[in-house]
Design a protein around this ligand. Structure first.
Ligand SMILES: [Zn+2]
Length: 277
């Protein structure tokens, strides 16, 4: 697996502007194992932030740490998780769908690199808007905002997300009561203004049921990582240690591509000697 570089649809706000060039680390067995061993009880946004902290090398000239990942906008995190899934499992993804019309089960596939991605609008991650309550300065929600919101109940979550997005109203940090008193018209206008400036990764696929021809959309979860198998890596370590007598550390130092290469050689050698793989 080669080191991968990509361009964010949004970018990391820095003093010098928005930095969009991202580089993933060389993914060794150590990283793979760390990903597998991440706490299963983490909320989805916290899980994605932990995954990206483990796997990203740099954004522009800046080395990536958790704080840096937390400053990325939600769509950039989704985009990076999707790229990481592609690195681990390839561009093709299969989905199991239950038809919303006739309850039939069917499989559909799509290519990760063909999903539409919308780039950020001018001024990202900030935008301004005139509200009934005053002149609002808005910021597109970040991974940190999403992690905080994931801890709250649905109703509280909406207010908290609004509070994160509204930086200032008439140049003043708005108090929570002021945010709670925003009209429905203002809230809709805020959503629209944020959508206009925010990047986006398509997370809905239009599919047709092969049984009833019913058209429906199915949601894609970009925070779910593909291509990681908690048991397979232990099998690989076991086989390589048994065959070459390498230490666990030496095996995990290798990239997945190199590990597979040696496993392939073992399979070939076993086949030549008439052993069952
Ligand atoms: Zn159907």
């Amino acid at each position: 697996m080669d080191v991968m570089e990509t361009i964010l649809p949004g970018g990391l706000p820095t003093r010098r502007g928005v930095e969009r060039r991202v580089r993933f680390k060389q993914l060794t067995g150590h990283t793979e194992l760390a990903l597998i061993e991440l706490d299963k009880n983490l909320s989805r946004p916290s899980y994605a932030s932990s995954v990206l902290t483990l796997t990203l090398d740099s954004i522009g000239d800046q080395a990536v740490d958790r704080e840096c990942v937390m400053s990325l906008c939600v769509a950039d995190c989704q985009f990076l998780m999707l790229r990481l899934s592609a690195m681990l499992a390839g561009e093709q993804q299969w989905l199991k769908v239950t038809c919303s019309h006739c309850d039939a089960f069917f499989d559909v596939d799509f290519r990760r690199n063909e999903l539409p991605v919308k780039e950020a609008g001018q001024g990202f991650p900030y935008t301004t808007l005139s509200l009934e309550a005053g002149e609002a300065e808005l910021r597109v929600p970040t991974a940190a905002d999403q992690c905080e919101v994931a801890k709250l109940h649905e109703h509280e979550a909406m207010w908290h997300m609004l509070r994160c997005s509204i930086q200032r109203i008439d140049h003043t940090l708005p108090a929570l009561p002021l945010i709670r008193n925003l009209s429905g018209v203002d809230i809709a206008a805020i959503d629209q203004a944020l959508d206009a400036v925010s990047p986006a990764v398509c997370n809905e696929l239009l599919v047709v049921c092969p049984e009833c021809d019913g058209e429906q959309s199915t949601r894609l979860d970009h925070y779910k990582l593909s291509g990681l198998d908690g048991n397979a890596i232990y099998d690989d370590i076991h086989t390589l240690a048994m065959y070459y007598h390498w230490s666990e550390t030496a095996i995990l130092d290798m990239t997945r591509a190199r590990r597979y290469k040696y496993l392939e050689l073992i399979d070939r050698s076993r086949a030549m000697h008439g052993q069952v793989a």
